[in-house]
Design a protein around this ligand. Sequence first.
Ligand code: UDP
Ligand code: MG
Length: 309
Amino acid sequence: MLSVIIPAFNEEKTAGEAADTITSVLEAENIPYEIIFVDDGSSDNTWDMIKQASERHDGVRGLHFSRNFGKEAAMFAGLENVSGDCAVVIDCDLQHPPEKIVEMYRLWEQGYEVVEGIKEDRGTETAFHRFAADSFYKIISGATGLDMSASSDFKLLDRKVVDTLNQMPERNTFFRALSFWVGFKRAEVRYKVQERKAGVSKWSTRSLIRYAVNNIGSFSSAPIKIITVFGVIMLAVSVIFGVISIVQKFMGQAADGFTTVNLLLLFSSSIIMISLGIIGYYVARIYDEIKGRPRYIISEKTDEEVRND
Ligand code: UDP
Ligand code: MG
C-alpha cells in the first residue's frame, strides 16, 4: 500500500480538492493507498475540510496538531503514523503534480527506495527569494557534499527509509537533506512546479530565514569552526602590529597610536562577540535537543478519539 502524507496549514481552500484529485488519480491507476492529512494547527476551517474529505473517501484520514509546529513536524508526524509499504510526501496546494505520484510509485515497484521529486524550474519566485535560496543550497551542499538545489519535499520513500527516519532521535530535522543523507537506492522524477491552487504561501521571509539558519545548523558545524580561523587571523594581525609598535617605541615615535588601538579594539571585540553568538547558537541547539520535547502534539484524529488522561 502507498501512503500519501499531506501537511496542511490553513489550507481550507485546497484540502478538499487535494483529497479528491489525489484519490481519483490513484484509483484510476489501481494503486492501493491511504491518504493522511496532517493539519498543522490551522486557524481556519482546514480541519473541517479534512474531516469531510475523510467521510467522502474511505482511504483518507487526518491528524490535527494542537498548534502550529511547522511543516517539518507535520511531515514527520505523517511518517510516524502511516502504515504503507512506501510513503509519498506532497504539498496540499497541488503545486506538486499528483500524476507524478504514479510515476514515483512505478519506480518504487522496480525496486527504488527513494524517489526524489526534482524541480524543473523554481516556479514564480522573486529575485531576492531566488538569490537567498541559491546561497542557502550552496552552503548546505558544501556541508553535506550533496547537490540539493533542485530538490523539494516532494518524494517517495520505501518503508525501510521511513523506519530509518522514524528512528532518528533528533528534534531539529531537515527532511529534504535527511532523505539524501540516509542513502539507499535512489531515482529521480522531474516535475514542473504548478501555480498554487488557492490561498497564499505560508512562508514569510522571516520564517524562511529561520528555516535556512536552522537547517544549516542541523547539517553543518562549519560556523563554529570558522571561529578558530578568526582567532588565527587575529593572532597574525596582532603579531604584525606588535612588531610595528615595538619598533616605533624604540625609535621614539610611540605616541599617536590611538586610531590603531581603537580600530583593533573594535575589530577584535566584534569578532569575539560574533564568535560567542555562534557558540551560543550551538549551545541553544544542544539545549533544544537535550530537552527531548515531542516534535508535535496531536490533539485530534479523524479515526479515533484522542484522550489526554
Ligand atoms: N505547511 C505546513 N506548516 C507550515 C507551513 C506550511 O504544514 O507551518 C504546508 C502547507 O500547508 C503546504 C506545504 O506545507 O501544504 C507547503 O507550503 P506552501 O505552499 O505555503 O510553501 P511554498 O509552496 O510557497 O514553498
Ligand atoms: Mg506551495
